[in-house]
Design a binder for this molecule. Sequence first.
Ligand SMILES: Cc1ncc(COP(=O)(O)O)c(C=O)c1O
Length: 386
Amino acid sequence: MQRHGRLKSMIVKRAYNCYIESDEGVKLIDTTMGSGAQIIGHNNELIGEIAKQVERGTIYTIPNCHTERVNSYLKEHINPTLDEQYIFCNSGTEANMRAIRLARAYTGKNLVGRFHGGWHGGLDGFLEEHPSNRGVPKEVNDLFRVLPYNDDRCFEKITKDMAAVIIEPVQGSNPRSDIKEFLQKLRDHCTKVGVLLIFDEIMTGFRLSAKGGSGVFGILPDIVTYGKVLGGGFPIGAVGARTEIVKTQGVFYGGTFSANPLSMCAAKLILETIIDEKHIQYDKLNRVGNLFRDELNEFFIAEEKKMRVIGCGPLNRIIFTDKFIRNREDRDNFEPENAQKEFSDKLRELGVFVNGNGLYHFSMSHTTEVVEELIGIIKQGCRGPS
Ligand SMILES: Cc1ncc(COP(=O)(O)O)c(C=O)c1O
């Protein structure tokens, strides 16, 4: 198997462990793992179990035997302060749409705060700063207020006329572990002014810890959304909320594939392996994340590169500045334009696939040896001016 070479295109033929193989027969280390969804590894130990559900049916449109179990695992082991009934759907975007609708219905208010540099999916109202934002009516954007992230000036903009504020506990655009104080202030401020706090844990849920970012930072939201890891490689979205919020009457949630038996079977098995610490162990994921950051930052400093790795647990990003960044705005100010893409393209030729969003998601199949190899390849990619 060819380990690197100039790829004409990036069409994937198959994926296994932490590798993807292109249709041109090139094997690459995968650093995106289905945009963070495959935390065990491609073609992992659970896939065979999940596949058995295919024979039992993939779509019933009436409740299936897995959903109740998923609800009770989430209540018992993940979010004891939230209601047992979760709302299931098929993507993170859809979960956020439902969470916002629920917050509006419960509060009777329409305005929602969201943070600059955040990503909540492709819903109208989340795209104002995105380069591809055509087709979204101004009237929809006016229902959202964009807030400065990791910046106390946001608090004067979070006012009692808002239904909710939605935030990723750790933003993919500037993943960091020094955010607890800001999140705590946000929690306190939202409580004070009567605005619901929605944690978008679609990327961080079951990734940073069993209890996601909420567990790492010890902060409880009023509403939480999940996706990615919870689906074990299958499409899923989920919304959880405090009981009095979930009980709001007259809110529409349905959908043909919502809570389909295949995704719910996968979610049940993923939660079981998280609870039993069998195929997912967060100390191992954190260890490779720390190794990646420590070794590369030591190298970047020694070589006087204007590069750093930032991150939290197994979630990492290389930034192309040696300055401390407080948020996405700082990153945009300090990073040369296209630096992320140019470096990812270089790594692809050296046998590493980095997704367009520039995030490195480590899985259980990224062993210390694989991460050491990856570090070596990144060092190789850095040789020459940067
Ligand atoms: C934090 C966050 N929220 C929402 C989404 C949207 O999820 P999906 O792509 O499943 O719609 C993503 C996807 O990357 C995400 O990272």
